[in-house]
Design a protein around this ligand. Structure first.
Ligand SMILES: Nc1nc2c(ncn2[C@@H]2O[C@H](COP(=O)(O)OP(=O)(O)OP(=O)(O)O)[C@@H](O)[C@H]2O)c(=O)[nH]1
Ligand SMILES: [Mg+2]
Length: 243
């Protein structure tokens, strides 16, 4: 990876408790790799936008996209992808509450620097990873989803739905991203693999939020349906893109 050719897209909705730390952690550790750090904020009612704006005063690499309703993880990620600079060679997508394991970002970058992958996923379900405080129901649904995807498509990657991935820019640009909700995170794992890109996995950590890190926005029974809809979409995509 060359100098300053990475665009990081991170999404935020009411993340005043963590957004500052995430920005500082990324820039202090990876400044020489980062071309731009795009924060897609969806009508946060807290100080998220203010915190980002105050950092922007002294940090030209930060870009803030302030979306209007309707909100949604998918809408936000798609808006972030569209605003990536044409100068970027790589795009990394991540949640903004990813505070404690900023070194995992380095693992994704290092994997790409080996030069043999089109993308890499930070996986919570391979050896070397760490997962703590992940609710059991969420885990069962997640594993079931991956079993179905493996069964239907033969996709062996273990953590397709983690929003912690890096791709060459052209991969992100070519895929027809569809979901407006959390399920976009399954698409960003599945569609590139179906297109024949080589998608590697590196171990990553996932530690449940503690109180001072704000509230979860993930409601399994509200967003679960979105993931199921990705399956027929991926089936039709696979039909059109068979290689
Ligand atoms: N822009 C935008 N970001 C969102 C929206 N909903 C959630 N997010 C962000 O998406 C990321 C994932 O949401 P989380 O609430 O952390 O969900 P999770 O990671 O599955 O679960 P926890 O970490 O336990 O809360 C976070 O960075 C949120 O700020 C939205 O509607 N718009
Ligand atoms: Mg989270």
């Amino acid at each position: 990876m060359m100098k300053e050719d990475l665009s990081i897209v991170t999404i935020a909705h009411n993340e005043e408790k963590v957004i500052g730390k995430t920005i500082d952690g990324l820039l202090s550790n990876y400044r020489d790799k980062i071309l731009e750090l795009i924060i897609v904020n969806d009508v946060s009612s807290d100080r998220t936008a203010e915190i980002v704006e105050s950092k922007m005063k002294t940090e030209p690499k930060i870009k803030l996209i302030s979306r209007q309703p309707p909100c949604g993880v998918g809408r936000a990620i798609k808006a972030g992808f569209k605003s990536v600079s044409p100068k970027a060679s790589y795009i990394l997508t991540m949640d903004s509450d990813f505070v404690e394991h900023i070194e995992d970002v380095g693992k994704l970058i290092a994997r790409m620097e080996q030069g043999d992958c089109d993308g890499a996923i930070g996986s919570r379900f391979i050896s070397g990873s760490r997962i703590e405080g992940y609710p059991l129901t969420k885990k069962i649904m997640n594993r079931l989803f991956h079993y179905v995807v493996w069964f239907l498509f033969g996709i062996k990657q273990k953590d397709l739905s983690n929003n912690f991935k890096i791709y060459k820019r052209e991969v992100i640009e070519k895929m027809p991203w569809r979901s407006d909700d959390f399920a976009i995170n399954a698409e960003t794992g599945i569609l590139p693999v179906l297109s024949g890109y080589k998608v590697c996995e590196v171990p990553a950590s996932w530690i449940g939020r503690s109180g001072e890190q704000g509230k979860s926005k993930f409601k399994l029974f509200k967003v679960g349906w979105g993931y199921i809809k990705v399956i027929p979409y991926a089936l039709s995509f696979a039909g059109k893109n068979r290689r």
